[in-house]
Design a protein around this ligand. Structure first.
Ligand code: URA
Length: 237
């Protein structure tokens, strides 16, 4: 691998890392190297200002997605979740693992690990996703049973079994915890629509083995801890 790729995470851009290298701040096996294209391997000892550099390929970010931004890497009109990230994270070229609607808030995983994303999104794995949904109505017991055993959507698709737990109900509105294990387009909104009910607010609070970090305000993000990453990889095995 080229030296500038191996050390890329030390700077905000390729241009900047090349400058760091040409300024003589990187050494390989004890010798200052100014050639950004030098081929290096994990067996070489690469140091930046005397500190060992470990190659880093992947990034895993938990975001509390705010409403008003799209779950995409690029959009010609709307702000995207990637626009919220700083340069040093964007440099890894992360993308959202699945989508939340523009008006949905909550837990969104972003990564540049295509294989992990593919596994987490594979319908075969039935990765659970938990949401808090505020509804303009109250589900009867019979409707709850139907919701949980699978709803036939407007396009004829029957959803997999789901869980619906009331958190708070009043006369004509209710808040539910909804757990689904698939991710069809607008799935939760369409499931409630089959019962003539509208979702007024939707927030994802769990995805796979991850729980939304309550200290993250809307629009905030952080890298996954090593424990979170380990748990996530376990469920992908
Ligand atoms: N279901 C929806 O309807 N919208 C989302 O954003 C996620 C699940």
């Amino acid at each position: 691998m080229r030296l500038d790729k191996f050390t890329a995470h030390l700077a905000d851009s390729r241009k900047e890392i090349r400058k760091i290298i040409s300024d003589g701040l990187i050494s390989v096996n004890g010798k200052t190297v100014k050639n950004a294209g030098l081929a290096v391997t994990d067996n070489d000892i690469i140091e930046f200002r005397g500190e060992r550099v470990i190659y880093r390929e992947f990034i895993y970010i938990m975001m509390n997605k705010p409403a008003g931004v799209v779950s995409a890497t690029f959009d010609p009109r709307q702000k995207t979740v990637i626009d919220l990230l700083p340069k040093e994270m964007k440099r890894f070229e992360p993308f959202p693992v699945g989508r939340l609607d523009i008006d949905t808030e909550g837990l969104l995983l972003l990564t540049n690990d295509g294989q992990a994303a593919h596994r987490l999104l594979s319908p075969k794995r039935k990765v659970p996703k938990k949401y808090i949904a505020h509804i303009d109505g109250v589900m009867t017991e019979e409707e709850t049973e139907r919701f949980e055993s699978g709803v036939v959507l407007d396009d004829g698709y029957k959803t997999l079994p789901a869980k619906l737990c009331p958190v708070q109900t009043c006369e004509d509105e209710a808040i539910y915890e909804v757990t689904i294990s698939e991710g069809k387009f607008h799935q939760i909104k369409r499931m409630f629509a089959e019962f003539g009910k509208k979702v007024l607010y939707l927030k994802r609070v769990e995805f796979a083995s991850l729980s939304l970090d309550k200290s993250l305000k809307n629009g905030e993000f952080r890298e996954l801890s090593s424990e979170e990453t380990t748990k996530l990889f376990k469920i992908m095995q």
